[in-house]
Design a protein around this ligand. Structure first.
Ligand code: NAD
Length: 484
């Protein structure tokens, strides 16, 4: 049986307490994960602290970024191993993970190596009463040990989105991967060692949240900053933990993202993007669309086209090149999603397609599969329209005016992403400006330039990461004033 170990101070560490990792494909046991207790978490944080003052802390930016570029190359060299591990943990199609998860996981190191090398510093000359003046310049210094708490939906991609900039800026990290997806973080430990990343710079501790590795990490006072991606409720708990010691947090949290389709939209563009935003990664994307508002004259046409697209999606195992969707991440998550499928019907929904468990052959019948699902006929107050489900499902609702749809789209405690479909450029600008969200796409979805700010408004997030915006969190800006 595969043993999935912690990675502390450059070494793989086993523990006496272990938990099972089952694949959502057929619920079979694929590994035992070694859970870090408080002692292991404290050891990881201590190693990370010591590494700040070791060779890592003395490296020039060029030396550090050369290593990070090697890390990216080594992930790409071991691409197939990362792909196997990610797909076994999540059940997602290899066709998806080989285009998004693994290449982006590698690219995150290269991008932030470039960002830090090109980060400008500011300089101000000032007058003084004696006429000699003074100069000010700002320096970026690492924050210290960064605690990185990750979700399961895009495990390697979302972890490196934080580890990449944290290391580029000279910090050290202790990563707590999701208990559902432990493998790629551990594999990255081998890559770090192979690329000469000094011991203690990158550490991984496995476990759960409360009263486990997540809580031990976020409450450890030697962790200088915490970056988190996951549910809003968990983010609030992490913020409370970070309040002790007044430590900074970066929070990327949940969403209930709207798509707004005007009657002048290009149908093919709107359908292609909305199909992806509702169903890719089995609907387990924080930026995914769970509410679609369609201008009334276009409503029937849009519903029919999205239904036809959803019914063409093929569910299958990761190695099936024709599969568009895998299972949900776990049986537990499937129970949650199916409870919303039942609730939608109780709330009066018309099930346009799906709504249940698909017939899967053989052993796969034990997996966490659900049908891609579309509802209509729900009103704005339905739980299914208000709460994040995080599954392959969406509600389509008609609207009559621009003003009305903006109000309805914004009527949520979340504010992560939105997409707008129209061919009227003035309207596109107007609506994009009024949507309360951190990201708005017009005539597309998930088009990402990694230099741009990424994060959520309202209860979807605190802070922005991406490009130079990541530097705000991962560095401490220090002003030096020299009196001449
Ligand atoms: P989750 O909040 O359940 O877990 C995330 C991580 O937090 C896990 O590693 C978990 O073990 C840990 N954790 C849980 N309780 C903790 C505690 N009290 N202290 C410390 N750590 C704790 O989230 P999830 O189910 O893994 O991921 C799905 C959620 O993530 C969805 O809400 C989704 O919208 C969100 N998400 C957001 C973004 C974004 O960029 N905004 C990206 C991906 C996912």
């Amino acid at each position: 049986m595969k043993q999935i170990l912690n990675f502390i101070n450059g070494e793989f560490i086993s523990t006496a307490k272990q938990f099972e990792k089952r694949t959502p494909l057929d619920n079979s046991l694929i590994g035992m994960v070694h859970e870090a207790g408080k002692a292991e978490v404290d050891a990881a944080v201590k190693a990370a602290h010591e590494a700040l003052n070791g060779p890592w802390g003395r490296m020039t930016v060029v030396e550090r970024t050369d290593i990070l570029n090697k890390v990216a190359d080594e992930i790409n060299r071991r691409f197939d191993e990362f792909l196997e591990a990610e797909c076994a943990d999540t059940g997602k199609p290899k066709s998806l993970a080989s285009h998004i998860d693994i290449p982006r996981g590698a690219a995150n190191f290269k991008i932030f190596a470039d960002v830090i090398k090109n980060a400008p510093t500011e300089f101000f000359e000032m007058a003084t009463p004696d006429g000699k003046g003074a100069i000010n310049y700002a320096m970026r210094r690492p924050v210290g040990v960064v605690g990185v708490v990750c979700p399961w939906n895009l495990p390697l991609l979302l972890m490196t989105w934080k580890v990449g900039p944290a290391l580029a800026c000279g910090n050290t990290v202790v990563v707590k991967p999701s208990e559902e997806t432990p493998q790629t973080a551990t594999l990255l430990g081998e890559v770090m060692n192979a690329c000469g990343v000094p011991k203690g710079v990158y550490n991984v501790v496995h476990g759960f949240g409360p009263n486990s590795a997540g809580e031990f990490l976020t409450t450890n006072q030697n962790v200088n900053a915490i970056t988190f991606t996951g549910e809003t409720r968990t983010g609030a708990a992490i913020m409370r933990a970070a309040a002790e010691g007044a430590r900074p947090v970066s929070l990327e949290m949940g969403g209930k993202n709207p798509a707004i389709v005007f009657a002048d939209a290009n149908l093919d563009v709107a359908i292609e993007a909305t199909l992806r935003s509702c169903f890719s990664n089995c609907g387990q994307v924080c930026l995914g669309t769970e509410r679609v508002y369609v201008e009334r004259p276009f409503f029937e046409t849009f519903v029919a086209a999205l239904k036809a697209g959803a019914e063409k999606l093929k569910l299958g195992v990761p190695s099936d090149p024709s599969a568009n969707m895998g299972p949900l991440v776990s049986q537990e998550h499937r129970d949650k999603v199916l409870s919303y499928y039942a609730k939608a019907v109780e709330e009066g929904a018309t099930v346009v397609t799906g709504g249940g468990i698909p017939d899967m052959p053989g052993e796969l019948a034990n997996g966490a599969w659900v049908q891609p699902t579309i509802w209509t006929g729900l009103d704005d107050n339905a739980a299914v329209v208000r709460e994040e489900i995080f599954g392959p499902c969406t509600t389509i609702m008609p609207f009559d005016s621009e003003e009305e749809v903006i109000k309805r789209a914004n009527d949520t405690t979340y504010g992560l992403a939105a997409s707008v479909f129209t061919q009227d450029v003035n309207r596109a600008h107007r609506v994009a400006g009024k949507i309360e969200a951190g990201l708005v796409w017009v005539n597309s979805w998930f088009l990402r330039d990694l230099r741009t700010p990424f994060g959520g408004a309202k209860q979807s997030g605190i802070g922005r990461e991406g490009g130079v915006h990541s530097l705000e969190f991962y560095t401490e800006l220090k002003n030096v004033c020299i009196k001449l």
